[in-house]
Design a protein around this ligand. Structure first.
Ligand code: FAD
Length: 454
């Protein structure tokens, strides 16, 4: 395999979720691999994404847990929260993970360059003042938060800064309708910050099932989050005391200590030297690749957020493994993007796999919808008002379950299990033939019998 014409068989740019996996697997298959990372090992997910986000979600959920504990007879003394402790412990955990990534790369024999890499040609990279050649180059540079241009845009923060705030503000406005804004609204609200979610659409999370979105909005409002739908921020002005006054399209003003924008992410392809090659980008700056992640420049490949397909860590990892297999083990695998499970770590969680009711109605001639809404046992003592919603979407013609959706505690964990069955093509008959685990919320998925067909 080794091609001595080049310094490496594979040079990976970006040591995030996709890059690290592709580099390690390729090295394990015998390739001579190097990887470049300009900032932090593990990329977005480990440093400013999934991992710290989930830790913050755990921190913020304790507030409701204390209330629930009271319903079960516990006397919970007045609670206080110390942001500095959370931040310190979170940072220590992430440093530990950074170290693990370094070790994984080292153990696999991957050469690590801790600097920014620039593509100089189809087989050439410059880094650290050196020119390096490689038979293949893999770009997995991820993405960065996008903030639209408007008066006061320079005053806002994004999720990148939200992970390192010196102190929590008394109030925050979060702008956006995707999962990051919804999750951060739950985080800040749970930690005691007056939270406003501002979104220009009529309801957030537009890729998800309408029923779940509606109930999540109700649950979030019931927890005290101020939802401003059909609303945009027109301008932000800084007041003498440092507070930010947002003027909304509704004419209202909102004064908060911070304004956080979570209005999408753009691929990191700027100033990467791709113009020195035949690599082509789409209108959003994402690298155009074929089914085998090959760009218009045959020696250059790209995976993960930078190709703008499905921006999730497990997807980037899967793409990385496929690519390594294809390049260095003669594989021919292509990524199947159907039935990718995902979760929104809102409070309560939203977990989903497959088609929403709305998508299924467009795709299949007839669908059966099974729906169950109930108070989970944990919340049956006392009035916390948190409901669970579960939904199955079935293609009537084949009886195949094509969508499985849940809003409720543990939805991410539960949907992961059901995703295996759905990916394997399970029918509603298979679900019915499965014995439940009692008493759980998840058993509802195998005991739903009454459908609305249409
Ligand atoms: P990244 O992980 O972004 O890695 C790219 C790396 O490339 C970075 O480390 C960057 O520094 C480096 N780089 C860029 N340019 C260069 C260069 N020229 N030279 C050297 N290095 C360079 N996904 C989930 O599945 N579940 C979640 O719960 C989840 N939560 C998220 C929460 C937030 C707030 C965010 C922002 C994202 C979240 N994601 C989540 C998405 C997930 O983080 C990404 O899909 C994933 O990290 C993509 O991996 P990647 O390898 O494509 O890029």
């Amino acid at each position: 395999m080794a091609d001595s014409k080049y310094d490496y068989d594979l040079f990976v740019i970006g040591a995030g979720s996709g890059g690290v996996r592709a580099a390690r697997m390729s090295a394990q298959y015998g390739a001579r691999v190097a990887i470049a990372e300009q900032q932090y090992l593990g990329g977005t997910c480990v440093n400013v994404g999934c991992v710290p986000k989930k830790l913050f979600v755990y921190a913020s959920a304790f507030r409701d847990d204390f209330t629930t504990a009271g319903n079960f007879g516990w006397h919970v003394p007045e609670t206080t929260f110390d942001w500095a402790t959370l931040l310190r412990n979170k940072n220590a955990e992430i440093e530990r993970l950074n170290g693990i990534y370094a070790k994984l790369l080292d153990n696999a024999g991957v050469v690590l360059y801790r600097d920014r890499a620039v593509v100089e040609g189809p087989h050439e990279i410059s880094i650290d003042g050196k020119r390096i050649t490689s038979r293949h180059i893999l770009v997995c540079t991820g993405g960065k938060p996008f903030v639209p241009d408007f008066p006061g845009a320079e005053l806002v923060i994004t999720s990148d800064q939200a992970f390192f705030l010196e102190r929590l503000p008394p109030a925050i406005a979060i702008v956006g309708g995707g999962y990051i804004s919804v999750e951060f609204a739950g985080i800040f609200n749970g930690l005691g910050v007056e939270t406003h979610l501002v979104y220009r659409g009529s309801l957030f999370l537009k890729e998800f099932d309408q029923d779940l979105r509606e109930i999540l909005a109700k649950e979030m409002a019931a927890k005290g989050i101020h939802l401003h739908f059909d609303t945009e921020i027109e301008r932000i002005d800084e007041e003498a005391n440092g507070a930010l006054r947002s003027t909304l399209s509704s004419g209202q003003t909102l004064t908060t200590g911070l304004v956080m924008y979570a209005t999408g992410r753009t691929p990191n392809t700027e100033s990467l030297g791709l113009n020195n090659t035949a690599v082509a980008l789409d209108q959003h700056g994402a690298i155009l690749v074929d089914d085998h992640f090959q760009s218009h420049e045959p020696s250059i490949y790209a995976i993960g957020d930078v190709i703008g397909r499905v921006a999730l860590t497990p997807v980037a990892i899967h793409e990385g493994m496929l690519l390594a297999d294809n390049l260095f083990r003669g594989g021919k695998g292509v990524m199947n993007y159907e039935f990718i499970p995902t979760a929104v770590f809102s409070q309560p969680n939203l977990g989903t796999v497959g088609y929403t009711e709305q998508q299924a109605r467009q795709r299949f001639t007839k669908v059966d919808i099974y729906r169950s809404e109930f108070t989970p046992m944990k919340h049956s003592l006392g009035d916390t008002g948190e409901n669970v919603l579960m939904k199955l979407v079935v293609d009537t013609e084949t009886d195949r379950v094509v969508g499985c959706h849940m809003l409720g505690e543990g939805a991410g964990e539960i949907i992961q299990g059901f995703a295996v069955a759905i990916k394997a093509g399970a029918t509603k008959g298979d679900f019915d033939a499965t014995v439940g685990i009692h008493p759980t919320a998840a058993e509802e998925f195998v005991t739903m019998r009454t459908a609305v067909t249409g």
